[in-house]
Write a protein that binds this ligand. Structure first.
Ligand code: IPE
Ligand code: IPE
Ligand code: MG
Length: 245
């Protein structure tokens, strides 16, 4: 929602930057196919790009950045592809402190319970160990679905009503939002989807109610810092009214 003003130290960047950018990391499979390689090769390149773009967002002062890595619907894919993605995820979270440094808070969006206990522990430990960091929050959506998130929040609130902790009349948008996986993170300002698809695919459906959308045909492994600069320039020219005039 709120935009923060920054000093324009980099002439490639506009003065107004989004406070929260969300990326749908799509097009890995097609990127590999174009090169006659297996889909999982594309996921590996996509993961490398995730690292590059995370670092760039941190460098230019974006406060919140969310990546869609694996949806609740992606379990439909062939077992070996799913396993390759989970394996990459493991590698990247073991290594995460090497590329985000000591300044980035990490949050995982999605139901962790589906993962092995040791992986869940790594995810929980990382959230715990980084919770005080404030330069940037990096959110990784894995086993994430926007509808699943809303149902999950509703169940928590229903339980609270049943235990007489709250009255059903107390439930409003502000309270509801606190029980989403994103909790205290502000709404999405800029939603970016590469790969030519023009849909949300169940990503952050609550949080992007007033997001600006940016679509490009570039495939995720090729989505460079320069492409992001283009999206930021486009965003800075949008007129956001939030229902006002
Ligand atoms: C996005 O790339 C990564 C995940 C969904 C895990 P895709 O694998 O969907 O790539 P395309 O859309 O088939 O090219
Ligand atoms: C969305 O991409 C999920 C991720 C990028 C993780 P998909 O490739 O799964 O989306 P659809 O199937 O094209 O809608
Ligand atoms: Mg896809």
């Amino acid at each position: 929602m709120a935009l923060f003003k920054r000093k324009n130290t980099d002439s490639n960047l506009p003065d107004i930057l989004p406070e929260h950018i969300a990326f749908i990391m799509d097009g890995n499979g097609r990127w590999a196919k174009k090169r006659g390689m297996p889909r999982k090769f594309g996921h590996r390149e996509g993961a490398k790009n995730f690292k590059r773009i995370t670092q760039y967002c941190k460098d230019i002062g974006i406060k919140n950045v969310t990546f869609y890595a694996f949806s609740t619907e992606n379990w439909k894919r062939p077992k070996d592809e799913v396993e390759a993605i989970i394996e990459l995820f493991r590698e990247y979270i073991v290594d995460v402190r090497n590329y985000i440094g000591e300044e980035v808070r990490v949050l995982f969006l999605g139901d962790k319970k589906i993962f092995d206990d040791d992986l869940q522990k790594k995810m929980n430990d990382l959230e715990e160990d980084t919770k005080e960091y404030s330069k940037m929050t990096m959110l990784l959506a894995i086993n994430y679905g926007g509808r699943d998130e809303i149902v999950h929040a509703s169940k928590i609130l229903a339980e609270k009503v049943r235990n007489n902790e709250i009255e059903s009349e107390d439930i409003d948008e502000v309270m509801f939002q606190k029980y989403l996986y994103t909790a205290d993170v502000p709404d999405v300002d800029l939603m970016i989807r590469p790969s030519g698809e023009v849909r949300l695919s169940n990503f952050l459906i609550w949080q992007s109610a007033y997001a600006e959308f940016y679509f490009t045909d570039v495939l995720w492994p090729d989505f460079s810092e320069k492409e992001l600069n283009k999206a930021l320039a486009d965003f800075s020219r949008r007129s956001r009214r939030f229902g006002g005039v």
